[in-house]
Structures are given as C-alpha cells and as structure tokens.
Design a protein around this ligand. Structure first.
Ligand code: ADP
Length: 488
C-alpha cells in the first residue's frame, strides 16, 4: 500500500469500553480495520469510571491548559480487543468519574463543554506526551469537533498544525450547544465566535465550528450525506454542510465480524450460517421459551432492538401494537428511552398472553439472541445516519422492515416480488404504512417461504465488513492531507 499514516481517533465512546450507541461501535471497530491496512492507528477516550477494562497507567502525568489554568490528568493505556491498537484513556476524576458518559439519568451535566473540550485539547497534549505527531486527527460528532478549531488556531504553528482533521458526523441532531460565555474556558480564540465559525444563534455550537474548520467531513452513509444538506436533515446546519459540500463524503459503517457472527456468537444457544439455517429455528424456540412467548414455529417473530425515541420511530410502533398483533405475529421489543413508549410496551407485554414481550433496558446478550431468533426486524426510523441493527439482522438472516431513509435506504434492498432483495421498505412514516408493510412482509413469510429463504441467504452473504469502509477512510485521509499540506 501507499505510505502508512499515523491516525489518532479521538472520541467520547469506544466499544467495548464505553458505548451509548453506534458511534461507540464505529470507534471500537474501524481502527482495527485501518491497522490491518498497515496504518499506525490509536484511540483516545476519557477514562470514565464505568470502564471495567484493565489498563496500564503511565508514570508521567499530563497537563492540559484549560479553564483557569491547567488540568492535570493521568494517561491509562490498553488495547482494542484482539488487536494491537492502543487505546489511551484520559483520567481526570472530577471530569469523567461520574457514572455516565454524557448526562446523568434524567438530568444534564452543566460542564460538558469543559469535559469534552479537555478531551479535544488533550489529543494534542497526548501527542506531546507520547512524542508522536499524528498525520490525521479523526474526530467524532460534537464532543471532539473542537479538535479542528485547535488545529487551525493555537496549534497551527506547532508540528500538530500540519495534521489534517477529519470530522465524522454520526448524528446531526446533537450539536453541542453551550452558552457563549463559556468560550473562555476552552482557550479557543474569541474571534471564532462568528457566523462562519462557532456562533449559532448567539450561543456556541461545537459541531458548527467543527464543520467549518475540519479539513474533511464524513458521515456514515451516502444517503445521509445528501439528507444533511436539506432543511429536514440538516437541523439548522444545512447551509454549512452545503458550503462544505465538496469536502463531504458518505462512508457506510461495517459490522465487526468477531462480535456479530451467527456461526460463532457465544450468546446464542445454537449456531447457523447461510448454508445451514437450522440453528436459527432453534434460536427462535429458545427465545420464545426465554421470554415466555408461545413456542410456535408457524408464527412470524418480529423484533425491535432500539433506543426508544423520536428518531427511531418507536413511538409509532408503540401506538400500533394492537394492529400489529392482529396480523398474527409475535412481537419482541428490547429498548429503553421515552417513558410513554416504555409504559405502552410494558402494558402490552402484561396483557398479550404469549404474543408480545418487552424488555425495557440495555442488554447486549439478549440483543444478540433476538437478532438470531427473529424472522423480521422492525426499524421505522424518522432519520437514520447509518443504523447498525439492520446490518446485524441481515447478517443473522432476519429480514429488516425499514423506512427508506439514510443508511437504511443504502443497506436494505427492496423485495422485488420474485425472491430478490434483502428486506421490505416504505417511504412515509405513518401508522398505516407501518402496519401495511408488516402485513406485506408477513404475507410473503407465510405464502412464499422460498422467497424468504433466498432473501435470508442473500442478506447473510452480503459483504458488510469494516475492511470495505476502511479502504474508503484511507482515501479520505489522503485527500485531507493533500488539502492540508499538498500531499502525504
Ligand atoms: P444508534 O446509534 O442511533 O442508537 P444504531 O443502530 O447505529 O443506532 O446502533 C445501536 C446499537 O446499540 C447497536 O449495537 C444495538 O444493538 C445497540 N442497542 C440499542 N438498544 C439496545 C438495547 N436496549 N440493548 C442492547 N443493545 C442495544
């Protein structure tokens, strides 16, 4: 390959250490695929007290100029599982040892600007601490969007100022907005508070500043890259995204084969693959027993694994449980979030006999067993930057029923009536279209089992590994370096 690059991922999440959603999965997997291409890739995350990994503590502490003076941190080090990719953790107890990543349950953390600006600025001081100057800083969402602004201002004339900055947008809805009066504590220059910088309706917007200042921008699917240029998908930043349109690339997420593989998954009671799906039926029966559903092979099992919120359209599912069950299906919901949806799912779970179960909470092993056991997977998102669960379900031979938006549009191929495709898609999110699309899928499941089998095998064999995405990120890094310094 062309010359290897030094890349530092800086992020607020990294699976399996700290994960709140898809961002954590990406930061836990993509660096390994890039390392496999020969790059020197490393990761920096905060040392949350919720992290259970064993780490080695560096003898020397590290000081980050921040707030009124310096923040003294320790650096802890471990590796991404099954790899040599170093993960550094910034240990500052006051900022990160709080039992949560972003905000306490039902509350909010008033000093998130300081917490995540310290992480962003800490990336440069980690470089000094290690004597290692990255070619590329790869930031993720608003928590580390400030990296590009540090690189373009107070670090511009240091060796780190030659590094390109790449910002990946995992979700445009979260923009890191803070009172303008807090700017001083970040040590970012005050001239950044302008409409083509940090300023957003009089407040300070980290994502906006990152969009203006990053060398290149990526997002997690080609369709989402188009959607964030529109009023509906841009959440007020569409004009900025359009301004940077030439520097924006959509790269689909992959799935980690070591974690999501029905042939080897330790959470499953039986294993299977595209050539022999018999183990999948055993998984279905086992889950029906585990969740006290009627043990029935002839009833299609429809699953939901999701955060319960507006983005995911789970409110519409909650409002349609009755009509959905009247299609003669079983419904399993694993998720937590919106309290009204939780209450509705819980009530149905109690009153539906053996036809519906809700498990309200976050449970990784159960998510795996549900993906393996279900026949159909429901994901009616209002918007979906990439989405991982529809990828997992395809890998496990569970056909997704999705709204055709963002990454769902890019990764699910519509059933064509003849056994082609890998799932079922609808455009408009309404009670009617949701129920009608499930009715359609259930009819195919009952009446055309050979079509379902062909779709399952196609879905399971589809290449979805991180190696494909890593090659595209490699290209983005090289383009970024060309823009930043005229070449590698
Ligand atoms: P998002 O990042 O928007 O939540 P994604 O589909 O990209 O959505 O990723 C969701 C990730 O979180 C997947 O790995 C999924 O399996 C996991 N997940 C979501 N809710 C739960 C839950 N209640 N229990 C276990 N895993 C969950």
């Amino acid at each position: 390959m062309a010359s290897p690059l030094k890349v530092l991922f800086v992020a607020s999440e990294c699976a399996p250490f700290a994960k709140a959603g898809g961002l954590g999965d990406v930061v836990g997997a993509l660096p390994k695929a890039l390392a496999a291409l020969g790059h020197d890739v490393r990761v920096l995350i905060p040392r949350y007290d919720t992290i259970r990994a064993s780490t080695v503590r560096h003898a020397a502490p590290m000081a980050i100029p921040m707030g009124g003076g310096e923040l003294w941190c320790a650096v802890e080090e471990t590796r991404l599982p099954d790899s040599d990719v170093p993960v550094y953790m910034l240990d500052h107890r006051e900022l990160f040892a709080r039992g949560y990543i972003y905000d306490p349950p039902n509350g909010f953390s008033p000093d998130n600007l300081l917490r995540f600006a310290a992480l962003s600025r800490g990336a440069f001081w980690l470089g000094r601490h290690l004597g290692w100057v990255p070619d590329v800083f790869h930031a993720h969402d608003w928590p580390t969007a400030a990296i590009a602004m540090y690189a373009n201002t107070i670090e511009r004339d240091t060796p780190f100022g030659r590094a390109a900055t790449v910002l990946t947008i995992h979700n445009m809805a979260h923009q890191g907005i803070f009172p303008a009066s807090q700017l001083g504590m970040t040590h970012l220059p005050s001239w950044l508070m302008r409409s083509d910088g940090l300023e957003t309706h009089g407040a300070l917007g980290l994502l906006k500043g990152g969009l203006f200042h990053s060398t290149m921008i990526t997002t997690v699917s080609p369709t989402y890259a188009r959607e964030i240029r529109t009023r509906q998908g841009g959440f007020g930043l569409e004009h900025v995204v359009n301004f940077r349109g030439n520097d924006l690339v959509g790269v689909l997420n992959g799935i980690d084969d070591g974690i999501w593989n029905p042939r080897t998954d330790p959470a499953l009671p039986a294993h299977f693959d595209a050539d022999d799906l018999s183990g999948k039926l055993e998984c279905k029966r086992a889950l029906q027993r585990e969740l006290h559903l009627d043990v029935r092979d002839d009833v299609p099992l429809v699953a939901v694994v999701s955060r319960l919120n507006d983005q995911k359209g789970t409110d519409i599912i909650a409002e349609c449980v009755g009509p959905l069950l009247s299609l003669g299906i079983q419904l399993v919901v694993l998720g937590s979030g919106d309290s009204q949806s939780e209450a509705t799912f819980a009530a149905w779970s109690h009153q539906s006999g053996g036809r519906m179960r809700a498990w309200l909470g976050f449970r990784e092993d159960l998510a795996h067993r549900i993906e393996a056991a279900a026949d159909l997977f429901l994901m009616p998102s209002r918007f979906e930057p990439c989405g991982l669960n529809q990828l997992y379900s395809q890998r496990y031979g569970t056909l997704p029923i999705v709204r055709a938006t963002g990454g769902l549009e890019d990764t699910v191929a519509q059933y064509d009536g003849m056994g082609g495709g890998t799932g079922f898609k609808f455009d408009h999110l309404s009670h009617r279209s949701l129920v009608e699309t499930v009715r359609w899928a259930v009819r195919v499941w009952r009446e055309q089992p050979e079509h379902i089998r062909a779709m399952q095998q196609r879905a399971m064999r589809k290449p979805m590994g991180w190696d494909l995405s890593a090659k595209q990120y490699d290209q983005v890094y090289r383009w970024s370096l060309e823009r930043r310094r005229g070449g590698v």
